[in-house]
Write a protein that binds this ligand. Sequence first.
Ligand SMILES: Nc1nc2c(ncn2[C@@H]2O[C@H](COP(=O)(O)OP(=O)(O)OP(=O)(O)O)[C@@H](O)[C@H]2O)c(=O)[nH]1
Length: 484
Amino acid sequence: MNQKSISIQKQITLFSPKKRLANAVNIFVITTLFYFFGASLRLIDELSLFWPLNAVLAAVFVRHPFLNRPVYYVVSYSAMVVYDIVTTHWGWQSVIINLSNMVFIIIVARLLLRYSRTQDENNWALNAFNLFYTCLIGAVLSSLLGSIGSTGPSSDYRHFISLFADWFSEQFSTGVLMMPFLLMTKWPQWKALPALQLSKLYPLLGVVISILASVVIGGAGSLAFPLPALIWCAIRYPLPVTALLTLLTGGAEIILLANSIVALSPDTPLVVSEMFSARLGIATMAICPLIVSVSVDAINRLIKQTSLRADYDYLTGVYSRSGLYEALKNTAPLNHQPEQKLCVMLLDIDYFKRINDNHGHECGDVVLAAFARRLSEIVGETGLVARLGGEEFVVACSTDTEQKGYAIAEQIRKDIERTAFRYQQQTLFITVSIGLATTTPGQQTLLDAFNSQLAQADKYLYLSKRNGRNQTSRASLSECVINS
Ligand SMILES: Nc1nc2c(ncn2[C@@H]2O[C@H](COP(=O)(O)OP(=O)(O)OP(=O)(O)O)[C@@H](O)[C@H]2O)c(=O)[nH]1
């Protein structure tokens, strides 16, 4: 990580275990800010269309476990009460209503933290389900307390039920929509972002079109219109992007419904029970693309791990035969220019069997790994190193002349001859025989050229072995000997 990105990260780190006062101030400010935001979205009475504060604070407490101390909960609660004292005349009701906010925040944060301690960190799929039920528990308890606090003991039953339903559905849907994004998102590394391609925007376009379709067509079923497009997003985009798009889509649907732009039943205005059902439906829908996204994410990781295993030799860490073939499918890894020559060196450690016989198989493994390391150091950026099997390795280089390829092969041979390989208390010296074949690929692909030269290099390696080992053989010097 360079200096600049470190400094950016420092700038956006709001909380630290050591800075208690700064933590308290920041929690107070965030609470006030989101309280203001939620309050500005209040509908006719005291209830807000969205109340993002609880989800935001729960996410803050989950992302910074050291903040889960009574003192910070009290700071957050005080900020809410102070805001109400300044802006409303709610009196004692404010004490209970804000307590209900704290119930949601603390329950969701504590449950998720407890879960994260007991589960495998990579198991995001279960995490998405977990968010669902923690938000459910948090929303039920907090809205129960909030509704009792708002209506008081003398209020009528129907009003209580309607308030509870609205409160609960709002808390639950906002939690399920916001929490995945708030918990998974990271500060983007702009430089690492891939270039924008029009075709990548199709799933996003699908979401926009499906929302427009729900406005035009209306009815209860229209709420599910964006689902296929969101699942498409889940397959094509990274998890945090899917979480953001799901949040925006769910938010947009709630706003469109509340303002009767999407009409569930065209003749009657939206009543609380419909809003209750619609919000629950939107929250349930929101979890589907997330589950798809986490599954796709897990599959992609698995594929990456498996292909890494297949592309690299387990013992030595250099390319495996299939990994080298993959690398040679395009010119980039070798940095090959059209006018350059492709040099293929086949290397075989001399009398390797003796090392196994005299010092044990484990020693043989150590020597193989150290040999591959040294080989990679010598070849560096100029070529690719692979282990074909046993004590046989191959180096592919792009050079301007055949002579340069021969010079590299000789450099390798002499260096290995001088290198002291250590195993436990012993020092071992080995030599290597090399067969070198060179060609100008011309119209051939690098891979085809490599394959044909590998067969040639094998012949020259045989020659090196036959002529006494610890030497490099190549076409120009030895053609006559091979043919004889
Ligand atoms: N320790 C270890 N030994 C291996 C591995 N793969 C192959 N070998 C051993 O490498 C040895 C190769 O022996 P040979 O093919 O007879 O060749 P050599 O003794 O190197 O003799 P020349 O190649 O003729 O110079 C065998 O004893 C194999 O068991 C491995 O992964 N680890």
